[in-house]
Design a protein. Structure first.
Length: 255
């Protein structure tokens, strides 16, 4: 059985949470719940949902129906009977999927061509450029800013100063980084391996290179912080730094 009613945003959340809490008896039938976000209309006095039933599933729908929006604006929402195969899903799940899509981001390592030629220089030539050749003696200890992974023990890396924030603002910045030879630049919708091992300082900048926000997170908390920053339309990009030593880790952009 499916029913549709005009509800407030809070009522939608409450209805969805209540339905999820009643799931699980395995009685073999699904009851779909649809809510249209609007404060103007009212829900029916009595819900046709049998509250004694526990087998209630909430999903997003592939079948669009019109929703009530602000004057002069119309969008489409979803509602429908839910099957175990997930052929149709409710508006609640659709909103979650839309949020996930809007918050997509890309993490990028530095271009290897900036650094690979430096490995062919002599130690004296490197020192003249304030660059050190280092043999790694522990892992993890040398996170590469190209591959965004830690160098292996015995591997030779370069330690150099790099200007990662060239903006003509007070936040212009450079600092020390490790780079490995012959690596492909990391590019993905997840953190690089070295970034997952360490607490990160995230710094959000606007298009002019002025800092808008900043915070520290680690592990599973980092994606949520990235999404919170990008929810602010003033944020153009994010720089991740390794929090303990403050060194630049990677740039993060909206996908």
């Amino acid at each position: 059985m499916t029913w549709c009613a005009a509800l407030s945003e809070g009522a939608i959340a409450a209805s969805s949470a209540a339905a999820l809490s009643r799931r699980g008896s395995g009685e073999g039938e699904d009851v779909g719940v649809c809510a249209v976000a609007s404060g103007a209309a009212k829900a029916p006095a009595a819900s046709p949902i049998d509250t004694s039933r526990r087998d209630i599933r909430i999903r997003t729908s592939l079948t669009p129906v019109p929703t009530l929006m602000a004057p002069g604006r119309e969008e489409k929402g979803c509602c429908g009977l839910v099957s175990e195969s997930g052929e149709r899903e409710t508006a609640f799940g659709a909103m979650l999927a839309t949020k996930e899509k809007l918050m997509a981001y890309r993490v990028r390592g530095l271009a290897p061509e900036l650094f690979d030629p430096l490995f062919d220089l002599s130690d004296a030539e490197l020192r003249a450029r304030h660059i050190e050749r280092v043999v790694v003696d522990a892992k993890p200890s040398a996170p590469c800013r190209v591959s965004l992974d830690d160098a292996e023990i015995g591997e030779t890396v370069l330690l150099l100063n790099f200007e990662h924030q060239p903006a003509e603002t007070p936040y212009r910045q450079q600092g020390p980084i490790f780079v490995r030879r012959g690596q492909h630049a990391f590019a993905g919708d997840d953190l690089g391996p070295a970034m997952k091992l360490r607490p990160l300082s995230l710094r959000a900048f606007d298009a002019q290179g002025m800092m808008v926000d900043a915070d520290i997170a680690q592990g599973d908390a980092v994606p949520g912080l990235i999404e919170r920053f990008f929810a602010n339309p003033d944020v153009a990009y994010i720089h991740a730094h390794y929090a303990k030593r403050g060194c630049f880790a990677a740039r993060i952009d909206r996908a």
